[in-house]
Design a protein around this ligand. Sequence first.
Ligand code: CMX
Length: 133
Amino acid sequence: MLKVEHIGIAVKSLSASVPLFEKLLNTNCYKQELVESEQVQTAFFKSGDTKVELLEATGPDSAIAKFLEKKSEGMHHIAFEVADIYAEMERLKQEGFLLLQESPKKGADNKLICFLHPKSTNGVLIEICQEIK
Ligand code: CMX
């Protein structure tokens, strides 16, 4: 895997958390994006070579709504950039990790993404992602 592409943080309210993270990181949110398929509104910040993604649920069936119900606000996932998501998914499958998608899906920030179930990764939700060229 090439690098930590972003860290996802579940929040109850972007309108409250965006200003807080702007203060914390001392940089402006550079993009907000709705990902309808995931029922999330996202807000992105740059931190050096990586990013922070804040995630607010837009519907009750969103993974973020369920996460907030069970665990409250906090770190939701770590996303690693990969050079070839198809090859990496195959490798991870062969290694016994539990992939949540059979094939990559379109995520925020112009990426193909795939998640690994936290039960197979020591309780941490892992995303792998590759920029769509
Ligand atoms: N990190 C760590 N553990 C998590 C987790 C997370 N983000 N989300 C759920 N879990 C844990 C639950 O607490 C639960 O643990 P226990 O069994 O110990 O109570 C377990 O995983 C539940 O697993 P489940 O019953 O199979 O499924 P859930 O309905 O809770 O869904 C998951 C969990 C990871 C399968 C689901 O959230 C998912 O498919 N996530 C991928 C998609 C996603 O997260 N989209 C939002 C972000 C999109 C974006 O970045 O743009």
